[in-house]
Design a protein around this ligand. Structure first.
Ligand code: HSE
Length: 328
């Protein structure tokens, strides 16, 4: 008997291929029934019969219970995910831009269609299981701050400029070649990608819906090689820091900015495509989470973890958001 969960995959770029390979290699209980891709000309290392260019072929297939959405275009992603949720399908997405820009709409759809089967761990810090941790383990822990490095490409570029005096453009090119950067790398270097991720963290860490455009942002594209050299001379580094701080009036202050940090900062040693998140809780004290923040397998791992969680009936609890929803 075939007990594998029939799955429709949208996107077969870096992340899609990672997911596909992990499922095969680890023999996980999912059958990728169809893969929807955009480019009809590109050659791909899968049987042609698996491919489709029509999203509806997957969305209208009643046998397909689970949708994995890992495309780069956030508007198309929203159309796919919204339809899938309406049809009662389970959805796993890695699309931080789409989720951050549509938080209210996604929560409303889940409520309206009584469909809680929606997870997006891979959207933040790839292999670091930060969202699951915030939603589950820290569901009742009052957090005071979250501070971290949330964009692998920016961190990779800054690290290469610092350690190897690589020119910015060359480091950016390498980040793209290694599959760390977004299809539009402006999202990485402008800080917008980290800002989208911070918005998702705010939802699960503090129960607040904060649209990304409300978060002040400055990218690493404003940092010069000279500034990086000067920091190095003083045994400091420039890192792109994303942070949420709860102030004494219980207001949240969020920002994404390049910052000069010293050698005793826990984020100082986080280099290349690695990400790290520092959580400060009222009872738990400070936690540091560290891991690969971009790339085929680190991101694929997070997607697969969500697929397995959904298969086990584990959905987000949104504990911190619930009072807001009742009051609102
Ligand atoms: N472009 C993203 C990054 C990919 O560099 O962090 C992982 O979200």
């Amino acid at each position: 008997m075939n007990t594998k969960i029939k799955t429709g995959l949208f996107g077969f770029g870096t992340v899609g291929q990672g997911v596909y390979k992990i499922i095969k290699e680890a023999n996980l209980p999912f059958e990728i029934k169809k893969i929807c891709v955009r480019d009809t000309q590109k050659s791909r290392e899968v049987e042609a019969s698996l491919l489709t260019f029509d999203p509806q072929e997957i969305l209208e297939d009643e046998e397909i219970e689970l949708i994995v959405e890992v495309i780069s275009d956030s508007d198309s992603a929203w159309n796919i995910v919204a339809q899938a949720l309406q049809k009662g399908k389970a959805v796993v997405t890695a699309n931080k831009k789409m989720v951050a820009e549509n938080l209210e709409g996604l929560l409303r759809l889940q409520e309206q269609y009584h469909n809680p089967k929606f997870r997006f761990e891979a959207a933040v810090a790839a292999a670091i299981p930060i969202l699951n941790l915030l939603d589950d383990y820290f569901a009742h822990e009052p957090l005071k701050s979250v501070r971290g490095i949330l964009n692998g490409s920016s961190n990779f570029i800054l690290s290469k400029m610092y350690a190897e005096a690589q020119p910015y453009e060359e480091a950016l090119k390498e980040a793209r070649q290694k599959g760390f950067a977004e299809a539009d790398p402006t999202l990485d270097v402008s800080g917008q990608d980290a800002r989208n991720k911070l918005s998702l963290i705010a939802l699960l860490a503090f129960g607040k819906i904060i649209p990304p455009h409300e978060i002040p942002v400055q990218g690493i594209d404003t940092v010069s090689a000279k500034e990086i050299g000067e920091a190095k001379d003083k045994n400091q580094k420039i890192k792109q820091i994303a942070e949420i701080m709860l102030d004494e009036n219980q207001n949240l202050n969020l920002s994404v900015t390049p910052q000069l940090i010293s050698a005793n900062d826990p984020l100082f040693s986080v280099d290349e495509e690695y990400n790290a998140v520092l959580l400060e809780g009222q009872f738990s004290g400070t936690q540091k989470l560290y891991g690969k923040g971009a790339g085929e397998f680190p991101t694929g791992t997070a997607v697969v973890a969500d697929m397995l969680a959904i298969a086990a009936g584990k959905y987000y609890r949104y504990e911190k958001l619930k009072p807001e929803l009742v009051a609102g």
